[in-house]
Design a protein around this ligand. Sequence first.
Ligand SMILES: [Zn+2]
Length: 402
Amino acid sequence: MIQASVVADARSVHAPGVVLVEDGRVLASGAPEVVGTPGPDVVVDSHPGHLVAPPMVNAHVHLDLSDLPPLPEAGDFDGWIGAIIRHRRAQQAPGAVEAAVEQGVAASLRGGCPFVGDVCGSIRAYRALAASVLGGVGFVEVLGHGSRIDAARALVDAIGELAPSRHGLVPGCSPHAPYSTAVGVYTAAQASGLPVSTHLAESQEELAWCRDGGGPFGTRLAAMGYAPEEVPPPGAHPLEAYLPRLEPSPRTVVAHANYCEPRHLEALAEHGATVVYCPRAYRYFGHPQDGATAHPWAAMLRAGVPVALGTDGRPCLPASGPAANRLSIADEVLLLQEDGATLEQWLPMATVHGAAALGVPLEQVLIEPGVTTGLIALPLESSNPVRIRPGHDVLTLLGPGA
Ligand SMILES: [Zn+2]
């Protein structure tokens, strides 16, 4: 039996709480007086000062960048993208991508996140991920304009041929972002029937390009040799130009939506896509910029938009401190708490919203008798209200990584 100051999932909170576990499965959970006192032969695993919860879902991450330390280009998104492109070229060496993914998988398990919405920079990265114990979706990235559109479409076809893993990971497709990816590639991704994730409304640079083809991305595309007619900007806000092109379903994953105006909330809610907010990456890149308002994750939740959480990739996360050797949604929750998020708000964001987006069976991220396959423990700063504490390990009590 596991005892803790708080036992909670997205549907219920018990303080104190207990979970009765046998042979790696939950038999019962809830308030101690309801579950009953353990008999003399029951081993009690006590976690005072902890929240025991289901494992978490990291709905937006780039595991194949786990070999890259935080980059100095935090305030320069275009420069940052340039550094990533250079790194990807260096990763062509045999075994390099695979080693990076392996590091990322280990960091995810240390972070209590056995389920991921991973953006795989290549089919090699997908295969490395599929060899791991992580579940979720490996969204292979596709991009390109002009003469590269055919190659991108062929890649979409190749992704459709990839096999799911034995641990429930399935292939998906990630049209990278509006400025890097032709509308025809978005269409091919959507027509493939694969799960789709894309970066949308992430930066001011993206907004500038979508508006009129200007800004650093316009300059970058011109330097890459594209004629303006090959990369026509949509002439609208990314959420207005691209959301209608995406399948209206919670399985459609919109990473970031950092620049979402109040007028977009209703459209997002009606569309049904899941938004993935990455609080630490948001801070790293210095958002909100140019006088914009802060990420409206709470307003999104109130409007009925499912908001999940992501860590984004290692290059925009801290290089030192307790979070440096893990990829954990718990570290994102610490920033949400600073924003006033309650347990009842953040736990669904950390579990069921991401699971629904990635097709992970919900019972795997709830504490339910007979079906729960994982449990973690997070140290608490306070149990009323429930606040998790920075600077401590995430304990995996049950499931992958235990
Ligand atoms: Zn990303």
